[in-house]
Structures are given as structure tokens and as C-alpha cells.
Ligand binder design. Sequence first.
Ligand SMILES: Cc1ncc(COP(=O)(O)O)c(C=O)c1O
Length: 396
Amino acid sequence: MMQNVYMDYTATTPVSPEVLKAMTPYFTELFGNPSSIYSFSRKSREAIAKARGQVAVALNAAPEEIFFTSSGTEADNWALKGMLEKARAAGKDHLITTKIEHHAILHTAAYLEKIHGFRVTYLPVDPEGRIRLEDLRAAVTDKTALVSIMFANNEVGTIEPVKEIGALCRERGVPFHTDAVQATAQLDIDVDAMNIDMLSLSAHKMYGPKGTGVLYVRKGLRPENFMHGGAQEKGRRASTENVAGIVGLGAAIEIMKSRLSQDRPRISALRDKLIEGILARIPHAKLNGPRGGERLPNNVNFSFIGVEGETLLLDLDAKGISGSTGSACSSESLDPSHVLLALGLSHEMAHGSLRLTLGRPTTEEQVDYVLDVLPEIVARRRAMSPLWEDYLKQQG
Ligand SMILES: Cc1ncc(COP(=O)(O)O)c(C=O)c1O
């Protein structure tokens, strides 16, 4: 049996040795508060400025447009709450998002709707998880304060037509925010070429530390502040900076960019091997999300009718494999994934889903091992499943 076959890089990634090395001095010798006057603290200020530059280069933004936050979730909260609160004064009260966003967006939107009386449109998606531009066009009104559509979906890997969405928003004069927490770790992003006005990202999805994120805000936009307190981040995001975390984020995004041309083809080839292998070896396996290029390079998501996702995870765990069903954040809830339901899957199919996500350390041997053990596990569980029996009868 292989030990520790980790295939949940979408949930989180290990901090890479280079990132850890860059961070370490800022926990110990270089601990100065960046806001202090003495020259010792200048080192901390300089480290933050360097990281801001690294993020700006990676996104093709200006350093003044980069704001450090405590997470992707905070960046999402700030974008939505900050823009809606600001727009209310101008008589706008409408947010457009999608049914397949991460809960950091969906629960924030629900809060704005229920507690503050804003109106929210949740766009549907096609069976592969893509929004239709006609639906977006029809939803925008002169009351729309913000469009927030994720760059790439964390469960099924679908990449949204971000550039076209941005162009449409620009044409209608509505700011466009994108949750790029998954996308920044694996795709080229250019906020200018892609017409993006605001973008959220998170370090721990790209071999950086947990608890550090960024909200990119295009020059000229001024969402209400979300964290109130000191004058950090030009007075727009209070709290003593997480200097080591920020240094780690900057190093992580720079390394990620420099490795993209080698990591992406290697990882997507392993993804395709896993997808093809599962389709060939497991009857009635349903791939969720798109088959080709419009899918995150590391994402594999299947439903196996007659098999419960949670049971599958435990069986895989017993074989040393870590996977996920739905998103890690909702793994304690027994509700089927809102993303799979939005793609049109039945509750039974949505319950039988398995997400395997690959990363830099993933090897071909690990993929072969999963392809060896998974078909047997699925077959054994199906042999005990009344649902599978019924399904076979229906199929004739
Ligand atoms: C698409 C997406 N948005 C937001 C988040 C939240 O990011 P963080 O864990 O940094 O709060 C995640 C994390 O799973 C995600 O996948």
C-alpha cells in the first residue's frame, strides 16, 4: 500500500521550502512593527513593499492596487460588503453573482440580502458549470452595484469566461469582482487584459501560508473599509500586518508564476490520465465539469451512482489516499454540494461525488495507485447498494 497519497491540493497545499525560508526571519530577528519609526522596522516595511510588488507583477496590476488581507474569505467579504455599502449612497442596491460560488461569496451575499435588504441575482450555469453571457446581460440593471463571478470553480474546476464577463461589465459601467482563489494558483491572470476590477486570492492554495490573502482593487474604486482601526494599508485595511505571511504570499506567487509553464502541462497530463483511467475502468462513472481545456489543470471530479461520497472517502483513506467530496469547508455538512445541484445532478448523484485534486508533488505512480484501488472500492460499495441495483434495473 502507498502511504500519504494526498490528492486534495484544492483544499490546501504545503508551504514550499523556498517560501518557508523567505518567511522565517520575519518571525524571529526581523520582527519590527512596520508602522514604527525606528530604522529596525524599515526592514518589515521593505519586505511588505517587495511582496506587494511581487503580487502586482503576477497580476499585471500596480502595487497601490494590492491590499493584503487575512484570507481569501476576508477579501471576498470586503469586496461584496464594501462595494454594496458604498453603492447604496448612489441609489444602487443590486448584486449579481452565481449559484456555484464558494460559500465565502454565497454566505456573504445571503447576509447582504437578509440583514441589509440588498437584492441579489444568482445566475444559473450550464451542465458543465459555465455561466451564459446572455443571462448576465439580462440581469444587469442601472441599480447593479457589483458583479462577482468566480474565475474557476473549486469543486468541478470549470473556468468561467472571465474576459468576456469583464468586457460586458465594463460596457455597462458595473464593477467586476472575481474570486480567483483557485485560479491564481494555476492560471495566467492579467487584470488589465481580462477587464477585472477586483480580485480575491489566497496564499495557502499556492504553496504559501494559511491565513494570508489579497484583494486587488482597481485604481479609482473605493469600497467601504471592512476592517476598522489603524492606518495600515493606506488606511483601508486596519491591523498590524502579518509580515511573515505577506512575505510568504509574495514569494509563493512569484515562484508559482515562474513554474507555471512546467507545472501546468505536467499536472494536466496526470489529470487527464486519471480521468481517462476512471472512465475506462469504472462503468457508469460521470465526470463532473468540462472535459477539455476550460478546466483547472489539477481538478478531477466524478459521481459514481450507488456510492456515497463520504463512504468512498473513508475507503480511500484506509488505502492511504486523501480526497474530498464537495468542498472541504462543507465536509461536515451532509447536504449535497450546491455546485453539483446547480449543474443539474440529482441528489443521489451529487451525494456520490469524489474530488481528487493534484499538485506539484503528485507523481504518476500515485495516479496509477489510485487507478488500481478505486475501481475495486466502487465495485464493492455498489454490490451492497440498493440504489445501484435499482439503477441497473432501470438501465435494463
Ligand atoms: C474559490 C474559493 N474562494 C474562497 C476560498 C476561501 O479562501 P481562504 O481559505 O483563504 O479563506 C476558497 C478556499 O477553499 C476557495 O476555494
